[in-house]
Design a protein around this ligand. Sequence first.
Ligand code: ZN
Length: 304
Amino acid sequence: MGAGIIEIVEVGPRDGLQNEDMLVATDQKVELIGRLVASGLTRIEAVSFVHPRLVPQMADAEAVMAALPDADGVSYIGLALNERGVQRALDAGVDEVNFVVVATDTFSMRNQGCTTAESMEVWERLTFRGYGEGARFTVTVGAAFGCPFEGEVPVDRVVEIATRVAAAGAAEITLADTIGVASPGDVTRRFGAVRDAVGPTPLRCHFHNTRNTGLANAYAATMAGVRSFDASIGGLGGCPFAPDATGNIPTEDLAYMLQRMGRAAELSLAALIRTAQWLETSIGKRLPGMLMRAGPFPAVAERA
Ligand code: ZN
């Protein structure tokens, strides 16, 4: 990636589908991921390795991984909440393990059955003993902008977690607005404070558009120097704590904004739009993305 170019990490197959009610067939997931790769996306969070009773949408994680095309320069990410999930991810051959540490104890207990500190201890145990060499190990700090149970999350708390997971070898740290409450000011403040604390560790952002602040937050993150952005195709997904809310920021809407800023990686907006439209038809549900309705501008540039 060139200087100033921003990478989009596609999380629709994982975060998007995980927060949709319907169960999508394995071959449909594999087709979706293939289409995303064909659109130029090079990092894809494909699955999560969580207990199938808790997240039935991800029960076929191993089967999805086994069926994915080996694409040059494409990195498949598996999400894990605990040691067992990490082992499953490695066994399934992921390129990256994205380990989740939730910023508040109440949410952490509900999400992964342990406190924030216990979760960080698992992370340290795994990384300090050189576990899973060959795969890239990253950390997502969940509820980094607000918690559905505890409310406001102090910036110091997020900094403390980021500092500790960075010291234990996180290759990248994502601050996730899991419930979609962030505003641009929070983004500037939190990423600034974490950047000061973790030095050269790459940072990534994860915004849900639950309250329609997603793209504004993304813009603030570009100004804060973040170079990796999570997004989901068509804005697929939802928020478990706001039943009627939309999902992550839409990949193609974000790609459009970044292209117009001269900051996007090589992506075909036309292909992303086609993929979003295909997905809408195949799951039989209207998706919230807007570029897929309005089309790119100037239109002629993307007629391929
Ligand atoms: Zn999310």
